[in-house]
Design a protein around this ligand. Sequence first.
Ligand SMILES: Cc1cc2nc3c(=O)[nH]c(=O)nc-3n(C[C@H](O)[C@H](O)[C@H](O)COP(=O)(O)O)c2cc1C
Length: 210
Amino acid sequence: VKIIPQLPSQDSTLPLPEPNQKLIDGLTTRRSAKIASLRNAKAPSNEELREILKVAIRVPDHGKTVPWRIIVIAGENRGILGQKLADVAFVKNPKIDAEQYNIEKERLERAPLVIALLHTPKANPKATLWEQELSTGALGLSLLLALQGYGYSACWLSEWPIYDEAAAKIIGAKDNEKIAGLFYVGKTQIAATERPRPNVSDIVEYWNES
Ligand SMILES: Cc1cc2nc3c(=O)[nH]c(=O)nc-3n(C[C@H](O)[C@H](O)[C@H](O)COP(=O)(O)O)c2cc1C
């Protein structure tokens, strides 16, 4: 099935929401992939990825701030960047053994494609920092859903490199930026299983005047 995103042109009138079983099925079957299930998975083509990202970035964003950007780590660049991250890990802890060093070196090769989502806050009197952070989080989920819509599984991971200043810089984060996650992506035949979910009744209440 070839997915053709129907991206609306600016100011066009959008269809009113209608009951949409496929959309709800997509939401109820979304599940993060286990990282091990992505090792021999297939990456989206550059053209597919471009479309996936066009769909994914349609997220709420107060004041049209665009407080996010994306760095794609593809092909052999996964290994090149992995080597640099392993070197950072070694500088931080020279006691790591060869096995641990190799794990670090191959960290980004656990999936055929890795997408770094960066939070890039901007001065905008309309949008507070919190609002901008929430927009970036929204893009994280939107990215997972857009990938799913194109038949790709994904897993949103933090792990140490996003919190380490030197590693984040090598990945591409500028001084004011934070990495919101590394998204490991691939088309896999290994199906996910559902995990426990909270009960809605445990997290929802109706406001009443007390
Ligand atoms: C910001 C963020 C960071 C995460 N980082 C990790 C991580 O480093 N390691 C991990 O095992 N899961 C991490 N997760 C959780 C997985 O991405 C995933 O959501 C969860 O394991 C399964 O839930 P799901 O199938 O409903 O997505 C993170 C989730 C979020 C939102």
